[in-house]
Design a protein around this ligand. Structure first.
Ligand code: ADP
Ligand code: MG
Length: 599
């Protein structure tokens, strides 16, 4: 007698379902992916009772011939790959041939489907993996999949589902992700008769994002368009004035597949470095297009992770594309954008948004919606595209890339200081309020950081050397690590016991108590053993820049401020302090006129 049993197909599918179908949202994900793969331009997702009673996905895609529909619910049945080679060259979202079998194993499933080549459709009904009905069906071209009573035969799974609203959140989330990246597909989600997502077909991605996240979000996005050898990065990222308290509005895609990826995420945050306020996160919708043969999409049962052949190249492409976009655009915070940035966006009773009207004229696209019109430059071919198409020579292309450079601050005329804290300036667009402390923080941070990186911190000698006594534990550290302190521009030497002589200090310390600054540096270097040296350095430089800057309450003259602003203009990112607080708030003439009811 053998102890090992060969499991029957239904049990195998039930086990597989445990991996692929974790919750109602997994069903929605698999079905929507199938509809997109089937070339649908209209996908309707209808949910009842948080997905427990019904998940129905209707599409106008290719549909399935009767024979295909019958085998689609078996395990390892797919029309998307045929052989080994195909597995490494996947252009569809699905390929594992597991989803329908898994869903069928743990629910009451009905598939109604019709292709172009038949007059009548076909319907198949399955209960817990067992076919219980086959019949003709009068349905339009496309596929309707109804999943009822999910997990009816896996009580443990049912029990472990989180709260209803949490499950619904996951459903809204996954539908939104696919709606964002498929502007040409109209995607709708309804729960118990309420519309939760309504993304009509759009001409372009920004308009599509606007239909999902609203105009206030869309207005604060910057377009990313980047081309490297065999890597294309396109999409939108938010200005630092539109940050969220979590990462839920970050969607990363690889060849249109929504994925989570640590390398990409790291590159993104590195590129935003110093522009993000603590615990704040940018809105990001980025698609990375690569040759399917250089990624492995078959490393996760729910396909939410991919493996890149060259992760460092992907890191570079994401970092460069995001950084370049941030550098090329003015990132001044608009007053009008401040209140809307934290808006909750996924309220259950979101009203249906009317469709946008799009008009193209003289190089601009006019998008009119809900009595508002916004204007965007009409998409031009990028230089990289022109180069690829042979319209630019290689040297011309390089030249163009160099010319681009950083966005500059607008010309401004200072009109005075307010409360010894802010400066007011007039620009061609309106009024800027400037935080005097933050201006200098950014200037000193970039200057000091630059000098530190080039190992050329400019220092000034003290008229007479200072003797500084440090706590005993710091003294031991300092004697062993005097070079570290020197690299920050302090010329110090051990004098005896716990005393050190200080002969020179970094020039940025015009205004601070040198002794205290030195002692702080030493204690900071010797403490926080868990932090990497790189993080410590940056922390120290940020703190020094803050300490050496003028404060709120300091009297500052207009010429002094003008000098600082000139230096600020030469900075790489003259918009925030190194901790992400804004330097400027802009009131446009339009904002002011509205506030005074002139409009
Ligand atoms: P996979 O997507 O990995 O191929 P699935 O189990 O999700 O596996 O689907 C099995 C097959 O059923 C697909 O390969 C496809 O041929 C067919 N199919 C599933 N859903 C649809 C749909 N909405 N429209 C057309 N064909 C579909
Ligand atoms: Mg599939």
């Amino acid at each position: 007698m053998t102890l090992i049993n060969v499991l029957d197909e239904r049990l195998i599918n039930k086990i597989a379902a445990g991996e692929v179908i974790e919750r109602p949202a997994s069903v929605v994900k698999e079905l929507v992916e199938n509809s997109i793969d089937a070339g649908a331009t209209q996908i309707d997702v209808t949910i009842e009772d948080y997905g427990k009673r019904l998940i129905k996905v209707t599409d106008n895609g290719s549909g399935m011939p009767e024979e295909d529909a019958k085998i689609s619910i078996l395990r390892h049945t797919t029309s998307k790959i045929k052989n080994d080679d195909d597995l490494y060259n996947i252009n569809t979202l699905g390929f594992r041939g597991e989803a329908l079998a898994s869903i069928a194993a743990v629910s009451h499933l009905t598939i109604s489907t019709k292709t172009d080549s038949t007059i009548e459709g076909f319907k198949i009904e399955v209960e817990g993996g067992k076919v219980v009905g086959n019949s003709a069906a009068g349905v339009p071209k496309g596929t309707i999949i109804e999943v009822r009573d999910l997990f009816f035969n896996t009580p443990a799974r049912l029990k472990f589902m989180k709260t209803d609203t949490n499950e619904l959140k996951h459903i809204v989330d996954i539908v939104t992700r696919y709606a964002l990246i498929n502007p040409k597909v109209s995607i709708r989600l309804q729960h118990n008769g309420h519309s939760l997502v309504n993304s009509p077909t759009s001409e372009d991605m920004l308009n599509n994002i606007s239909s999902i996240y609203g105009n206030d979000v869309a207005k604060q996005l910057l377009e990313v368009k980047y081309e490297d050898i065999n890597v294309y990065v396109t999409g939108y990222i938010s200005k630092p004035s539109l940050l969220k308290s979590d990462k839920s509005m970050q969607s990363l895609y690889v060849n249109g597949r929504y994925v989570k990826d640590d390398t990409v995420e790291k590159a993104l945050y590195d590129a935003y470095h110093t522009l993000l306020f603590v615990d704040r996160h940018p809105v990001v919708i980025l698609n990375i297009r690569v040759d399917p043969t250089v990624i492995d999409v078959n490393i996760h049962p729910t396909k939410e992770k991919v493996k890149f052949e060259q992760a460092s190249k992907i890191y570079d492409s994401i970092f460069n594309s995001v950084r370049q976009t941030l550098l090329e655009n003015s990132l001044i915070t608009d007053f009008s954008s401040l209140d809307s940035s934290e808006q909750a966006i996924l309220e259950e009773k979101k009203p249906e948004k009317p469709k946008a009207e799009i008009r193209r004229e003289k190089g601009y696209i006019y998008i009119s919606k809900e009595n508002q019109t916004f204007v965007l430059p009409d998409v031009q071919p990028s230089e990289a595209e022109m180069y690829s198409a042979g319209l630019l020579s290689k040297s011309e292309w390089k030249e163009k890339k160099l010319q681009k450079g950083n966005a500059k601050l607008p010309d401004m005329r200072l009109v005075g200081q307010v409360m010894k804290t802010f400066f007011l300036a007039e620009t061609a667009e309106g009024l800027l309020i400037i935080d005097q402390h933050v201006v200098q923080e950014r200037v000193l941070y970039e200057r000091y950081m630059g000098q530190y990186m080039n190992k050329s911190i400019s220092h000034q000698s003290l008229l007479s050397p200072l003797v500084v006594e440090v706590p005993p534990e710091d003294s031991v550290f300092l004697q062993a690590n005097i070079d570290q302190v020197k690299s920050f521009g302090f010329d110090a030497e051990h004098f005896g016991d716990n005393s050190f002589t200080l002969r020179a200090v970094p020039s940025i310390f015009e205004k601070v108590e040198t002794k205290q600054a030195f002692m702080d540096l030493v204690s900071e270097l010797s403490a926080n053993k868990s932090l990497s040296m790189e993080m410590k350095q940056e922390d120290i430089i940020t703190r020094m820049a803050c300490r050496a800057s003028i404060k709120a309450g300091d009297d500052v003259t207009i010429p002094y401020m003008e000098g600082l602003l000139k230096e600020l203009d030469a900075c790489t990112l003259p918009y925030t302090c190194p901790h992400g607080r804004p330097i400027f708030i802009r009131f446009t003439l339009d904002d002011l006129e509205k506030m005074f009811r002139r409009k």
